[in-house]
Design a binder for this molecule. Structure first.
Ligand code: 2AM
Length: 185
């Protein structure tokens, strides 16, 4: 039976998906941290920054999510990734941004608003922009200064998550451009 049969669900989320250069920068930052026994580094092809987690939806609802993505006209922005973080409650090592650009807060707000309008909202957590670098990190890792880099967000994506044998397998379903930063009013 197809994994997309109408009675099965699809786990998905909206995210910033890094271009190759940004992916390299994230990988370079991840490589500097020793996470200890049992930690599971996130494969570089899985790096992303979640904008809005949707969770499991019935396959026909994917059309609604694509419509939300299509309809959103939001400005692009540059995010400065400048810190490591260890979140013991979820046992993850993350790369984070100390400053949240207004345009990121705006797209986060608007996506959650649109999802709520379609009764697709999940428990909205506060915005903590991050890319997860490793999971199952049970001890606070020791890290050097973060090699700060800029993540230029020019588009955002709808992504589906499937269970792989050891890691989630993410597939970009669709992407939409963010408006040119220089064209902001
Ligand atoms: P994480 O990287 O911090 O674990 C796919 O699972 C993506 O959605 C991951 O980036 C994950 O964040 C995020 N995610 C998973 N469950 C979530 C939830 N309940 N609320 C918000 N984000 C979630």
């Amino acid at each position: 039976m197809s994994k997309d049969s109408a009675d099965s669900g699809v786990r998905c989320f909206f995210a910033l998906w890094p271009d190759m250069e940004t992916q390299e920068r994230i990988a370079a930052a991840a490589a500097l941290v020793q996470c200890g026994t049992g930690a599971r580094p996130v494969p570089r092809e899985n790096y992303h920054l979640t904008l809005a987690f949707v969770g499991e939806v019935a396959v026909p609802r994917l059309a609604v999510l694509r419509q939300i993505g299509r309809d959103l006209r939001a400005p692009g922005f540059t995010l400065t990734i400048d810190a490591y973080g260890y979140w013991p409650e979820s046992e993850v090592l993350v790369a984070t941004a100390r400053d949240i650009p207004a345009a990121l807060a705006e797209i986060w707000q608007r996506l959650h608003g649109a999802l709520a309008g379609h009764a697709l909202a999940q428990n909205r957590k506060r915005l903590r922009p991050h890319a997860t670098l490793a999971r199952k990190v049970t001890q606070p890792p020791v890290w050097p200064a973060m090699p700060t880099f800029e993540w230029i967000a020019r588009e955002f994506s709808l992504v589906r998550s499937d269970l792989g044998s050891t890691q989630s397998v993410y597939t970009v379903v669709d992407s939409w451009p963010l408006l040119d930063e220089s064209s902001k009013a």
